[in-house]
Design a protein around this ligand. Structure first.
Ligand SMILES: *Cc1c(COP(=O)(O)O)cnc(C)c1O
Length: 409
């Protein structure tokens, strides 16, 4: 067995020249799955990731999994055994989280535009609702009365600061997320009037951040803001969700997030919170950081073409399953995700090639003129960093090709 230290491939040992996932050489795994394309998630890597993160962070910080990053039921069940809570963003996700066996008390539900039915599901299940509007507060009060069961509510706050250098900003300025800071005191009065069970604040300001200093800055401001808002709260805070935003490196030149400064900062925050917000549990909620690097997307070379001197590997998979790797999921400039020919990991016959999907659009590009092992039809092309925002964040119906399988190994 040898390990190729090249991009994120090092996480997946090479066995007999083939990349392995969950200890299975890729061609054997492909045979086991029965067909390509498929996503494979490595159970041991998921476990290791949570373990490493817990080692790095203060023990006082609770760790939640934001399951929109990967809602595969088997994976959510696995994560449920590792983390302290699950954050869901729809009634559908709530169902999967409840099935996973996670204690409903440790499930929270965020997201704008929750329907009346979804809010009813949440109250019936006894999960915490991160309320995003006054309308949601009123509907929660209706359900509380109808079901005779206390509605648990936290206020999702749209802060007056941003998470700097984030891939996606989800707080600060005018946003559809949360209740603007300026309106939070009124929302807290409404919660008291309606007799809802107030538990705390949820302040999520952004996503995919690789800069520890920006994350620390946002977390420090979050605590200050929560402390200020707590003066208006109808009850002491039981929970302060500090958000997340921990990024993973997708592109050449990007460095993994440095956890040491974040840990030191969280240590300070925990100390300060213990005196200013005594009894409040501090939570961070992470999606891609927990699962993104543990997954690969595997498709097979269907055709090999040379067009005016350039090599094109035409695959049976593409943007309809892995939109983000094609550069069409919010990226400004298209860059290549890490890609390898999974059954030729040790080959020294390399060439420049593009890997394209079968869709009849030039957008269906998974590798743009990358240096890869020379590949032939039948070979298996692996896209790394595919454990988050893969299949469920892709337009599976576009061009009516078959869907992708998912396996947890
Ligand atoms: C999407 C989302 C997350 C997860 O973001 P990642 O970048 O995957 O960590 C966490 N919290 C909320 C409220 C979200 O909307």
């Amino acid at each position: 067995m040898s390990t190729v230290h090249e991009g994120p491939a090092w996480r997946f040992p090479v066995i007999g020249g083939e990349l392995s996932v969950g200890g299975q050489p890729l061609s054997l795994l492909a045979a086991r799955v029965g067909r390509t394309p498929f996503f494979a998630y490595d159970r041991a890597l998921l476990t290791q990731r949570v373990h490493d993160l817990r080692q790095a962070l203060p023990g006082t910080i609770s760790l939640h999994f934001a399951m929109k990053a990967n809602p595969m039921p088997a994976l959510v069940c696995h994560m449920a055994g590792l983390v302290d809570g699950i954050d869901v963003a729809s009634g559908g996700e709530l169902g999967v989280a409840l099935d996973s066996g996670m204690d409903p008390h440790e499930i929270s539900f965020a997201g704008p535009g929750k329907s009346e039915q979804e809010l009813g599901q949440a109250v019936a299940a006894g999960v915490l609702v991160n309320a995003e509007s006054m309308r949601e507060l009123r509907l929660l009060a209706d359900w509380q009365a109808r079901l005779g069961r206390a509605a648990r509510v936290a206020v999702r706050v749209n802060p007056d600061f941003e998470l700097k250098s984030s891939g996606m900003k989800m707080g600060g300025g005018p946003k559809q997320f949360g209740i603007d800071v300026e309106q939070v005191p009124a929302a807290l009065r409404e919660i008291a009037t309606l007799g809802l069970g107030f538990e705390g604040f949820h302040i999520f300001s952004g996503s995919q951040n690789l800069r520890a200093d920006s994350i620390c800055d946002a977390q420090t401001k979050t605590l200050a803001l929560a402390t200020r808002l707590a003066e208006h709260a109808p009850a002491p805070l039981k929970v302060l969700n500090l958000g997340g935003g921990f990024g993973i490196p997708y592109f050449p030149g990007e460095q993994a997030l440095d956890l040491a400064p974040i840990s030191a900062n969280l240590e300070r925050i925990a100390e300060q919170a213990a005196s200013e917000l005594p009894g409040a549990e501090l939570v961070i909620e992470l999606g891609r950081y927990l699962v993104g690097e543990a997954g690969v997307y595997v498709s097979r070379v269907v055709d090999r073409k040379v067009s005016r001197g350039e090599v094109f590997l035409v695959l049976d998979g593409g943007l309809h399953h892995q939109l983000a790797a094609s550069g069409n999921f919010g990226q400004v400039i298209r860059k290549n995700y890490p890609v390898a020919i999974g059954n030729r990991m040790l080959s020294d016959q390399r060439e420049q090639a593009s890997a394209v999907g079968p869709l009849c659009t030039p957008l269906d590009l998974l590798a743009d003129r990358m240096e890869l092992a020379q590949a032939q039809p039948g070979d298996l092309v692996v896209v790394f960093q595919s454990g988050a925002y893969g299949l469920t964040a892709s337009p599976s119906r576009f061009l009516s090709h078959p869907g992708a399988q998912e396996v947890l190994v």
